[in-house]
Design a protein around this ligand. Structure first.
Ligand code: S3P
Length: 190
């Protein structure tokens, strides 16, 4: 295996790791911790969309509708996968797009798994997330049930986050990826 050195963001770069999982899994926080530990930058597709559009995710949903948000999200993921070399966190619904799921093949993808009770606690019952309006607990349960198979289908590593701190979760990811890399190198040299 040839170990690729640190390349700056730009064409040809690829994320060191991509984090997927539902709202409340802690993707953004864990991405920041991993990036800090590795000395790279963290990027978040929701933040990219907000910056490009100049309006919040909630406003995009209300003013333009979910299909338009998903279109923007698809493009944001595509761009970030092709030019970001640090840690990339995807919005919780990014894996709904079959092309995005295919595009994730060959990347190191970590599914941050969370159960209903921890997800509700982390998101908060007063969440402003557009998909949770009305009945936060019920909506999260539906999203978790519907999407778990999609997250699992793209993941190269699954990490449970229930009852754990983001620091603990980030440490497990670092160790697991180091082990995977060592194994791949041993197999390459065998
Ligand atoms: C969504 C998750 C949100 C954001 C939008 C839709 C979803 O991102 O993209 O509100 O469909 O699960 P986070 O997972 O970062 O909260």
């Amino acid at each position: 295996m040839s170990l690729v050195g640190h390349r700056p963001d730009g064409p040809g770069a690829r994320p060191r790791v991509v984090l997927v999982g539902p709202m409340g899994a802690g993707k953004t926080t864990v991405a920041g911790l991993l990036a800090e530990a590795w000395g790279v930058t963290a990027r978040d597709t929701d933040a990219d969309i907000v910056a490009a559009e100049g309006r919040s995710v909630a406003d995009i949903f209300v003013e333009s509708g979910e299909p338009e948000f998903r279109r923007l999200e698809h493009d944001a993921v595509e761009r970030a996968l092709g030019e970001h070399d640090g840690v990339l966190a995807l919005g919780g619904g990014a894996v709904l797009d079959p092309t995005t799921r295919e595009r994730l093949a060959g990347h190191t993808v970590v599914f941050l798994r969370v159960g209903l009770s921890d997800a509700v606690k982390r998101v908060g019952l007063g969440s402003s997330r557009p998909l949770l309006l009305g009945n936060v607990r019920g909506r999260i349960k539906t999203l978790l049930d519907e999407r778990a198979p999609l997250y699992e289908s793209v993941a190269t590593l699954v990490v449970d986050t229930d009852g754990r701190t983001p620091e603990d979760v980030a440490a497990e990811i670092r160790e697991a990826l180091a082990d995977q890399r060592a194994l791949a190198e041993r197999e390459e040299n065998a």
